[in-house]
Ligand binder design. Structure first.
Ligand SMILES: [Zn+2]
Length: 478
């Protein structure tokens, strides 16, 4: 049983819904929401959905522990695998009153929203601002629960009361960025730029949009201008990442097809690059019709020589190819497309589809199970060891395969990949790809994975594993 060493790094930190976040308040007044905060000497380490970040303690004013969970519940977005928090509104007593009126006791006060909206219609002084802040607070709560769809509806509602408020415009843009909708984000950012041309957050978010669209030069330019206006650890980290990518990619040639932007090292064969693009387009059509979905943005693909791959991705040496929003594939020594490389491309491309279709919400077992299915792998000789593992009651429950697999031993990871494939294979063979599509759609709209499985297949995780074990025995063992 061979282990497919490709990981969707961005999937790694799924945040539980009931997480209570800490807030780091900087001396300049900015508030950073984090899952956990640890002070170590002169540094403050904090965890976000995009990984661990560090701030110098000298710029931190204080830390508020366990505030209402406002941590974005969804993992980081595609190409923009960035730890960026939403722009916060000005702290004032009027704003605080509107916020606590709209959101209290962990829920939304719809009566309060209706009353501020009617005040705004009556033209009372300050009523529009109050209604905007109230709707913004609701959007923030929804964002903290990972419900990007309703967050966007409510943030847009806020904007109807104060159409030129740069912070509300920025927050609408922010939600589009979280949804990997970079072009829409730029529209709102342009509006914000018109009313607030020297606002560092406009440059910060515009950099994110360009980064997501694989326009590195523009991303770097926006982030440098953001930093010139205001020091910002999040922008600095994003800029460093973009500069690392850019430096490496400058020696790269570029090639485009209808759905891909491909970059490759000068050392790689141009013929190989053309064949890779052709293969990707064929795989794209196949996955598009299977998953009944078309990713909205062009997909970035980078072919690396081995050493460049290790330098730029900072991934462990055993990672064969990976997808952190861009498909990154080492092709050292290859002169033409091999069947093996074609499978790797289809596997990684499947990850891009699932990320976009579920807005980054798919758990690792679905990602890896479906990617292996699409590349053409079947359980076959893995069936007997899997059944043995199941009968010995050593199989990890699917719930434990939802999160990151990076900490697993290679043996555990091999079983994780094999179980992921077996469960997807069972669902596809018995119920068809249509059911997988429905599960992905439910996950995209905010359901837990087990909830989605229960809705579509009418079985919980335990039942699914049992049915999968029966399927393996019937198909491969007897
Ligand atoms: Zn994979």
């Amino acid at each position: 049983m061979r282990l497919y060493l490709s990981l969707a790094i961005g999937l790694s930190l799924l945040v539980a819904k009931d997480t209570r976040a800490d807030t780091i308040v900087l001396k300049n007044g900015r508030r950073i929401l984090a899952l956990s905060v640890v002070v170590e000497g002169d540094k403050v380490r904090y965890l976000t959905s995009a990984g661990e970040l560090v701030l110098p303690k000298s710029i931190v004013d204080h830390i508020e522990k366990g505030g209402p969970g406002q941590m974005p519940g969804s993992p980081p977005t595609g190409a923009a695998d960035l730890a960026i928090t939403p722009p916060s509104i000005e702290a004032s007593s009027a704003n605080a009153a509107a916020e606590s009126g709209a959101v209290h006791d962990g829920g939304v006060d719809r009566d309060f929203l209706a009353s501020v909206a009617s005040e705004a219609r009556s033209g009372a002084p300050g009523a529009n601002e109050k209604a905007a802040v109230a709707h913004h607070a609701v959007a923030q709560l929804e964002l903290s629960r990972g419900d990007l769809e309703h967050a966007l509806v409510d943030e847009r509602a806020a904007l109807t009361f104060t159409p030129d408020d740069p912070v509300i415009l920025l927050n609408v843009a922010y939600l589009h960025l979280r949804r990997s909708e970079y072009k829409q984000a730029l529209d709102y950012l342009e509006r914000a730029r018109r009313v607030s041309p020297k606002n560092a957050d406009v440059f910060k978010l515009a950099g994110w949009a360009y980064y997501g669209m694989n326009k590195l030069n523009q991303a770097v330019e926006e982030w440098q201008r953001a930093l010139a206006l205001r020091p910002d650890a999040e922008v600095q980290a994003a800029l460093d990442k973009a500069l690392r990518d850019k430096q490496e990619e400058e020696n790269y040639r570029e090639n485009e097809s209808s759905h891909f932007t491909l970059r490759y090292s000068g050392e790689a064969e141009p013929g190989l690059a053309r064949e890779v693009l052709r293969a990707l387009e064929i795989h794209f059509s196949a996955i598009e019709s299977e998953l009944n979905y078309t990713p909205p943005e062009s997909i970035g693909v980078i072919l690396y020589t081995q050493q460049a791959f290790a330098d730029i991705t900072r991934a462990p040496g055993w990672v064969g190819a990976l997808n952190d929003g861009r498909i990154r594939v080492p092709v050292q020594g290859l002169k033409q497309l091999t069947p093996e490389l074609s499978r790797v491309l289809k596997h990684e491309l499947t990850h891009s589809f699932i990320r976009a279709k579920t807005r980054e919400r798919a758990p690792t077992w679905i990602q890896e199970g479906l990617a292996q299915w699409m590349e053409g792998r079947r359980s076959e000789e893995a069936a007997a060891p899997l059944l043995h593992n199941y009968e010995e009651k050593k199989a990890k429950p699917l719930r434990e395969l939802e999160g990151p697999w990076m900490q697993m031993s290679s043996d555990q990871a091999a079983f994780a990949y094999a179980w992921a494939l077996a469960n997807i294979e069972y669902i596809v063979r018995v119920d068809g790809m249509y059911d997988v599509d429905r599960i992905l759609e439910r996950i995209a709209s905010g359901s837990t994975t087990e909830g989605a499985v229960r809705d579509v297949l009418h079985s919980d995780y335990g039942d699914l594993m049992q049915s999968t074990a029966q399927y393996l025995r019937k198909t491969y063992v007897n």
